[in-house]
Ligand binder design. Structure first.
Ligand code: KG4
Ligand code: ZN
Length: 349
Protein backbone atom coordinates (compact mmCIF):
# COMPACT_ATOMS: atom_id res chain seq x y z
CA UNK A 1 0.00 0.00 0.00
CA UNK A 2 1.55 3.33 -1.00
CA UNK A 3 2.70 5.91 1.53
CA UNK A 4 2.13 9.46 0.34
CA UNK A 5 3.21 12.86 1.65
CA UNK A 6 0.51 15.36 0.67
CA UNK A 7 0.21 19.15 0.79
CA UNK A 8 -3.04 21.14 0.83
CA UNK A 9 -2.96 24.94 0.36
CA UNK A 10 -6.03 25.66 -1.77
CA UNK A 11 -7.55 28.27 0.55
CA UNK A 12 -6.81 29.37 4.11
CA UNK A 13 -5.48 26.21 5.78
CA UNK A 14 -1.86 25.19 5.37
CA UNK A 15 -1.81 21.41 5.74
CA UNK A 16 0.68 18.58 5.33
CA UNK A 17 -0.06 14.91 6.00
CA UNK A 18 1.41 11.50 5.46
CA UNK A 19 -0.98 8.69 4.70
CA UNK A 20 -0.65 5.00 4.01
CA UNK A 21 -3.61 4.13 1.82
CA UNK A 22 -6.64 4.82 4.12
CA UNK A 23 -4.54 5.19 7.28
CA UNK A 24 -3.28 8.55 8.54
CA UNK A 25 0.38 8.50 9.71
CA UNK A 26 0.57 12.24 10.50
CA UNK A 27 -1.78 15.15 9.97
CA UNK A 28 -0.46 18.70 10.47
CA UNK A 29 -2.67 21.70 9.92
CA UNK A 30 -2.54 25.37 10.69
CA UNK A 31 -5.59 27.52 10.17
CA UNK A 32 -5.28 31.12 9.03
CA UNK A 33 -8.75 32.04 10.30
CA UNK A 34 -7.48 34.46 13.02
CA UNK A 35 -5.43 36.31 10.37
CA UNK A 36 -8.32 36.67 7.90
CA UNK A 37 -10.89 37.45 10.62
CA UNK A 38 -9.85 41.12 10.73
CA UNK A 39 -10.80 41.45 7.01
CA UNK A 40 -14.13 39.60 7.35
CA UNK A 41 -13.09 36.93 4.84
CA UNK A 42 -10.13 35.27 3.12
CA UNK A 43 -7.68 37.69 1.44
CA UNK A 44 -5.97 35.62 -1.32
CA UNK A 45 -2.61 37.41 -1.25
CA UNK A 46 -2.37 37.15 2.53
CA UNK A 47 -3.26 33.44 2.30
CA UNK A 48 -0.42 32.74 -0.19
CA UNK A 49 2.16 34.55 1.93
CA UNK A 50 1.03 32.71 5.04
CA UNK A 51 1.30 29.32 3.26
CA UNK A 52 4.88 30.21 2.31
CA UNK A 53 5.76 31.03 5.89
CA UNK A 54 4.36 27.86 7.48
CA UNK A 55 4.76 25.15 4.84
CA UNK A 56 8.41 24.12 5.36
CA UNK A 57 7.93 23.90 9.09
CA UNK A 58 4.83 21.73 8.64
CA UNK A 59 6.61 19.37 6.22
CA UNK A 60 9.31 18.79 8.86
CA UNK A 61 6.67 18.30 11.54
CA UNK A 62 4.71 15.81 9.41
CA UNK A 63 7.85 13.75 8.75
CA UNK A 64 8.89 13.80 12.39
CA UNK A 65 5.53 12.92 13.86
CA UNK A 66 5.05 10.03 11.40
CA UNK A 67 8.36 8.50 12.47
CA UNK A 68 9.09 7.82 8.77
CA UNK A 69 12.08 8.70 6.62
CA UNK A 70 12.14 9.85 3.00
CA UNK A 71 12.89 6.28 1.90
CA UNK A 72 9.47 5.25 3.26
CA UNK A 73 7.60 7.79 1.10
CA UNK A 74 6.42 6.42 -2.25
CA UNK A 75 5.10 9.63 -3.82
CA UNK A 76 4.47 13.33 -3.15
CA UNK A 77 1.06 14.92 -3.78
CA UNK A 78 -0.45 18.40 -3.66
CA UNK A 79 -3.88 19.90 -4.30
CA UNK A 80 -3.70 21.54 -7.73
CA UNK A 81 -7.37 22.49 -8.33
CA UNK A 82 -9.76 24.14 -7.69
CA UNK A 83 -8.90 27.01 -5.35
CA UNK A 84 -7.04 30.30 -5.04
CA UNK A 85 -4.34 30.26 -7.73
CA UNK A 86 -1.59 31.88 -5.66
CA UNK A 87 -2.33 29.68 -2.67
CA UNK A 88 -2.43 26.49 -4.79
CA UNK A 89 0.89 27.40 -6.43
CA UNK A 90 2.72 27.49 -3.09
CA UNK A 91 1.75 23.90 -2.27
CA UNK A 92 2.21 22.61 -5.80
CA UNK A 93 5.71 24.06 -6.15
CA UNK A 94 6.74 22.70 -2.76
CA UNK A 95 5.47 19.22 -3.70
CA UNK A 96 7.21 19.25 -7.08
CA UNK A 97 10.47 20.36 -5.46
CA UNK A 98 10.29 17.58 -2.87
CA UNK A 99 9.49 15.07 -5.64
CA UNK A 100 12.50 16.15 -7.67
CA UNK A 101 14.93 16.36 -4.75
CA UNK A 102 13.93 12.96 -3.36
CA UNK A 103 13.36 11.30 -6.77
CA UNK A 104 9.70 10.47 -6.10
CA UNK A 105 6.69 10.44 -8.40
CA UNK A 106 4.41 13.49 -8.15
CA UNK A 107 0.59 13.62 -8.17
CA UNK A 108 -1.72 16.63 -8.42
CA UNK A 109 -5.02 16.08 -6.60
CA UNK A 110 -8.46 17.63 -7.15
CA UNK A 111 -9.54 19.27 -3.89
CA UNK A 112 -13.11 17.95 -4.09
CA UNK A 113 -11.91 14.41 -4.74
CA UNK A 114 -9.96 14.88 -1.51
CA UNK A 115 -13.16 15.82 0.35
CA UNK A 116 -14.80 12.65 -0.99
CA UNK A 117 -11.82 10.57 0.15
CA UNK A 118 -12.05 12.01 3.67
CA UNK A 119 -14.90 9.54 4.12
CA UNK A 120 -12.54 6.58 3.56
CA UNK A 121 -10.35 7.78 6.43
CA UNK A 122 -13.29 7.52 8.81
CA UNK A 123 -14.82 4.45 7.20
CA UNK A 124 -12.05 2.40 5.51
CA UNK A 125 -14.54 -0.28 4.42
CA UNK A 126 -16.54 2.24 2.35
CA UNK A 127 -16.56 1.59 -1.38
CA UNK A 128 -18.34 3.16 -4.36
CA UNK A 129 -21.00 3.60 -5.49
CA UNK A 130 -22.31 6.20 -3.05
CA UNK A 131 -23.57 9.77 -3.06
CA UNK A 132 -21.33 12.53 -1.73
CA UNK A 133 -22.78 15.79 -0.40
CA UNK A 134 -19.99 18.39 -0.39
CA UNK A 135 -20.88 21.52 1.54
CA UNK A 136 -18.10 23.99 2.21
CA UNK A 137 -17.34 27.70 1.95
CA UNK A 138 -16.54 27.33 -1.74
CA UNK A 139 -18.64 24.39 -2.93
CA UNK A 140 -22.06 22.81 -2.65
CA UNK A 141 -22.51 19.72 -4.80
CA UNK A 142 -24.15 16.33 -4.93
CA UNK A 143 -21.75 13.90 -6.53
CA UNK A 144 -22.38 10.36 -7.71
CA UNK A 145 -19.14 8.56 -6.78
CA UNK A 146 -18.79 5.66 -9.25
CA UNK A 147 -15.10 4.78 -8.85
CA UNK A 148 -11.75 6.44 -8.19
CA UNK A 149 -11.60 9.34 -10.65
CA UNK A 150 -15.12 8.66 -11.98
CA UNK A 151 -17.61 11.24 -10.75
CA UNK A 152 -20.87 12.66 -11.97
CA UNK A 153 -22.09 15.93 -10.52
CA UNK A 154 -25.85 15.53 -10.16
CA UNK A 155 -26.63 18.79 -8.41
CA UNK A 156 -24.93 21.99 -7.34
CA UNK A 157 -25.58 25.52 -6.23
CA UNK A 158 -26.17 28.03 -8.99
CA UNK A 159 -24.74 30.89 -6.93
CA UNK A 160 -23.44 31.00 -3.34
CA UNK A 161 -22.06 27.88 -1.68
CA UNK A 162 -23.86 26.86 1.54
CA UNK A 163 -20.94 27.94 3.78
CA UNK A 164 -20.64 31.18 1.85
CA UNK A 165 -24.32 31.88 2.57
CA UNK A 166 -23.71 31.31 6.30
CA UNK A 167 -20.68 33.63 6.16
CA UNK A 168 -22.54 36.37 4.23
CA UNK A 169 -25.60 36.28 6.49
CA UNK A 170 -23.35 36.42 9.57
CA UNK A 171 -21.58 39.43 8.07
CA UNK A 172 -24.81 41.30 7.41
CA UNK A 173 -25.94 40.53 10.96
CA UNK A 174 -22.51 41.81 12.13
CA UNK A 175 -21.75 38.52 13.89
CA UNK A 176 -18.14 37.93 12.72
CA UNK A 177 -16.24 35.42 10.57
CA UNK A 178 -16.54 32.53 9.84
CA UNK A 179 -20.30 32.75 10.14
CA UNK A 180 -21.30 29.07 10.12
CA UNK A 181 -20.36 28.16 13.70
CA UNK A 182 -21.75 31.46 15.08
CA UNK A 183 -25.12 31.07 13.34
CA UNK A 184 -25.26 27.38 14.32
CA UNK A 185 -24.80 28.31 17.99
CA UNK A 186 -27.32 31.19 17.89
CA UNK A 187 -29.87 29.02 16.09
CA UNK A 188 -30.04 26.62 19.03
CA UNK A 189 -31.92 29.29 21.02
CA UNK A 190 -34.12 30.50 18.18
CA UNK A 191 -37.40 29.51 16.57
CA UNK A 192 -36.83 28.06 13.07
CA UNK A 193 -40.42 28.88 12.14
CA UNK A 194 -40.20 32.56 13.21
CA UNK A 195 -39.57 33.75 9.63
CA UNK A 196 -40.22 32.14 6.28
CA UNK A 197 -37.38 32.51 3.77
CA UNK A 198 -37.43 31.32 0.12
CA UNK A 199 -36.00 27.87 -0.60
CA UNK A 200 -34.13 28.85 -3.78
CA UNK A 201 -35.58 26.48 -6.36
CA UNK A 202 -34.13 26.41 -9.87
CA UNK A 203 -36.78 26.62 -12.62
CA UNK A 204 -36.42 24.43 -15.67
CA UNK A 205 -37.17 25.78 -19.19
CA UNK A 206 -39.74 23.01 -19.73
CA UNK A 207 -41.47 23.91 -16.44
CA UNK A 208 -41.07 22.55 -12.93
CA UNK A 209 -37.87 22.70 -10.90
CA UNK A 210 -34.44 21.13 -11.06
CA UNK A 211 -34.59 18.29 -8.51
CA UNK A 212 -31.03 18.63 -7.17
CA UNK A 213 -29.67 22.11 -7.99
CA UNK A 214 -30.12 24.85 -5.42
CA UNK A 215 -29.57 28.57 -4.88
CA UNK A 216 -28.72 30.40 -1.67
CA UNK A 217 -28.43 34.00 -2.82
CA UNK A 218 -32.21 34.53 -2.47
CA UNK A 219 -32.34 33.49 1.17
CA UNK A 220 -29.39 35.79 1.93
CA UNK A 221 -31.20 38.73 0.26
CA UNK A 222 -34.41 37.85 2.13
CA UNK A 223 -32.55 38.00 5.46
CA UNK A 224 -31.10 41.38 4.48
CA UNK A 225 -34.54 42.77 3.55
CA UNK A 226 -36.05 41.46 6.79
CA UNK A 227 -33.36 43.16 8.89
CA UNK A 228 -33.82 46.45 6.97
CA UNK A 229 -37.60 46.22 7.44
CA UNK A 230 -37.32 45.52 11.19
CA UNK A 231 -34.87 48.42 11.58
CA UNK A 232 -37.16 50.77 9.65
CA UNK A 233 -40.13 49.75 11.81
CA UNK A 234 -38.07 50.16 14.98
CA UNK A 235 -38.79 46.55 15.94
CA UNK A 236 -36.54 44.32 17.98
CA UNK A 237 -34.27 42.08 15.88
CA UNK A 238 -34.16 38.60 17.37
CA UNK A 239 -30.83 37.25 16.14
CA UNK A 240 -31.51 33.69 17.39
CA UNK A 241 -34.83 33.58 15.50
CA UNK A 242 -33.27 34.91 12.28
CA UNK A 243 -30.34 32.49 12.62
CA UNK A 244 -32.64 29.52 13.29
CA UNK A 245 -34.99 30.36 10.40
CA UNK A 246 -32.11 30.94 7.97
CA UNK A 247 -30.35 27.71 9.01
CA UNK A 248 -33.58 25.74 8.77
CA UNK A 249 -34.12 26.99 5.19
CA UNK A 250 -30.59 26.09 4.04
CA UNK A 251 -30.60 22.70 5.79
CA UNK A 252 -34.03 21.78 4.45
CA UNK A 253 -32.91 22.58 0.87
CA UNK A 254 -29.78 20.42 1.25
CA UNK A 255 -31.60 17.55 2.96
CA UNK A 256 -34.45 17.41 0.44
CA UNK A 257 -32.08 17.31 -2.51
CA UNK A 258 -29.64 14.80 -1.02
CA UNK A 259 -32.40 12.35 -0.09
CA UNK A 260 -34.20 12.70 -3.45
CA UNK A 261 -30.92 12.18 -5.28
CA UNK A 262 -29.90 9.08 -3.29
CA UNK A 263 -33.34 7.52 -3.73
CA UNK A 264 -33.64 8.26 -7.45
CA UNK A 265 -30.20 6.81 -8.17
CA UNK A 266 -30.66 3.85 -5.83
CA UNK A 267 -27.69 4.80 -3.61
CA UNK A 268 -27.86 3.62 0.00
CA UNK A 269 -25.08 5.82 1.43
CA UNK A 270 -24.66 9.59 1.61
CA UNK A 271 -21.12 10.64 2.56
CA UNK A 272 -20.69 14.24 3.71
CA UNK A 273 -17.71 16.54 3.29
CA UNK A 274 -16.82 20.20 3.83
CA UNK A 275 -17.00 22.58 6.78
CA UNK A 276 -20.82 22.87 6.79
CA UNK A 277 -20.89 19.17 7.79
CA UNK A 278 -20.26 20.55 11.29
CA UNK A 279 -23.72 22.14 11.31
CA UNK A 280 -25.88 20.62 14.04
CA UNK A 281 -29.11 21.28 12.11
CA UNK A 282 -27.79 19.50 9.01
CA UNK A 283 -26.59 16.52 11.04
CA UNK A 284 -29.95 16.18 12.76
CA UNK A 285 -32.30 16.75 9.80
CA UNK A 286 -30.30 14.70 7.29
CA UNK A 287 -29.89 11.76 9.64
CA UNK A 288 -33.60 11.76 10.53
CA UNK A 289 -34.71 11.98 6.89
CA UNK A 290 -32.19 9.35 5.76
CA UNK A 291 -33.27 6.89 8.47
CA UNK A 292 -36.85 7.05 7.14
CA UNK A 293 -35.57 5.76 3.79
CA UNK A 294 -32.97 3.27 5.11
CA UNK A 295 -30.14 5.43 3.82
CA UNK A 296 -26.86 5.49 5.73
CA UNK A 297 -25.29 8.92 6.33
CA UNK A 298 -21.57 9.24 7.01
CA UNK A 299 -20.30 12.35 8.78
CA UNK A 300 -16.51 12.02 9.10
CA UNK A 301 -14.89 13.62 12.17
CA UNK A 302 -14.65 17.37 11.72
CA UNK A 303 -10.86 17.38 11.31
CA UNK A 304 -11.38 15.40 8.08
CA UNK A 305 -14.47 17.40 6.93
CA UNK A 306 -12.74 20.78 6.88
CA UNK A 307 -9.70 21.30 4.65
CA UNK A 308 -6.83 18.95 5.52
CA UNK A 309 -4.02 17.12 3.73
CA UNK A 310 -4.84 13.62 5.03
CA UNK A 311 -7.76 13.47 2.58
CA UNK A 312 -5.42 14.55 -0.25
CA UNK A 313 -2.93 11.80 0.67
CA UNK A 314 -5.77 9.25 0.69
CA UNK A 315 -7.00 10.25 -2.80
CA UNK A 316 -3.42 10.30 -4.12
CA UNK A 317 -2.72 6.82 -2.66
CA UNK A 318 -5.64 5.34 -4.58
CA UNK A 319 -4.59 6.97 -7.86
CA UNK A 320 -0.97 5.96 -7.33
CA UNK A 321 -1.88 2.35 -6.63
CA UNK A 322 -3.71 2.34 -9.99
CA UNK A 323 -0.57 3.54 -11.77
CA UNK A 324 -1.64 7.17 -12.12
CA UNK A 325 0.98 9.89 -11.73
CA UNK A 326 1.03 13.52 -12.90
CA UNK A 327 3.49 15.15 -15.28
CA UNK A 328 5.95 17.40 -13.42
CA UNK A 329 4.75 20.22 -15.74
CA UNK A 330 1.22 20.09 -14.25
CA UNK A 331 -0.11 23.55 -13.39
CA UNK A 332 -2.82 24.81 -11.05
CA UNK A 333 -6.45 25.44 -12.05
CA UNK A 334 -8.70 27.85 -10.17
CA UNK A 335 -11.68 25.94 -11.58
CA UNK A 336 -11.79 22.35 -12.71
CA UNK A 337 -14.84 20.15 -12.68
CA UNK A 338 -14.66 16.76 -10.97
CA UNK A 339 -15.43 15.04 -14.27
CA UNK A 340 -12.02 16.29 -15.49
CA UNK A 341 -10.01 14.62 -12.70
CA UNK A 342 -8.36 12.04 -14.95
CA UNK A 343 -6.80 14.86 -17.00
CA UNK A 344 -4.38 15.33 -14.08
CA UNK A 345 -2.80 11.90 -14.58
CA UNK A 346 -0.80 9.83 -16.99
CA UNK A 347 -0.95 6.06 -16.71
CA UNK A 348 2.46 4.61 -15.89
CA UNK A 349 2.68 0.84 -16.32
O1 KG4 B 1 -14.49 23.08 4.17
P1 KG4 B 1 -14.15 24.37 4.83
O2 KG4 B 1 -13.30 24.32 6.09
O3 KG4 B 1 -13.36 25.31 3.84
C1 KG4 B 1 -13.70 25.46 2.50
O4 KG4 B 1 -14.54 26.35 2.24
O5 KG4 B 1 -13.16 24.68 1.66
O6 KG4 B 1 -15.52 25.11 5.12
C2 KG4 B 1 -15.60 26.38 5.69
C3 KG4 B 1 -17.05 26.80 5.70
C4 KG4 B 1 -17.25 28.24 6.15
O7 KG4 B 1 -18.10 28.87 5.23
C5 KG4 B 1 -17.91 28.10 7.52
O8 KG4 B 1 -18.77 29.17 7.83
C6 KG4 B 1 -18.67 26.80 7.36
O9 KG4 B 1 -17.79 25.98 6.61
N1 KG4 B 1 -18.99 26.18 8.67
C7 KG4 B 1 -20.25 25.98 9.10
C8 KG4 B 1 -20.14 25.44 10.41
N2 KG4 B 1 -18.81 25.31 10.71
C9 KG4 B 1 -18.12 25.77 9.60
N3 KG4 B 1 -21.43 26.23 8.52
C10 KG4 B 1 -22.54 25.94 9.23
N4 KG4 B 1 -22.52 25.44 10.49
C11 KG4 B 1 -21.36 25.17 11.11
N5 KG4 B 1 -21.36 24.67 12.35
ZN1 ZN C 1 -12.48 22.34 0.97
Amino acid sequence: MPTILAIETSCDETAVAIGNNRQVCSNIISSQIPIHQQYGGVVPEVASRQHLETLNYEITQAMESSGLGWNDIDAIAATCAPGLVGALLVGLMAAKTLAMVHHKPFLGVHHLEGHIYANYLAEPSLNPPFLSLLVSGGHTSLIYVKDCGVYETLGETRDDAAGEAFDKVARLLKLGYPGGPIIDKLARNGNPQAFVFPEGKISLPQGGYHPYDCSFSGVKTAVMRLVQQLERDGQEISLPDIAASFQYTVVRALTKRAIACARNYGLDTIAIGGGVAANSGLREQLQTAAAEHNIRVLFPPLKYCTDNAAMIACAAAEHFSRGHISPITLGVHSRLSLSQVMKLYELVE
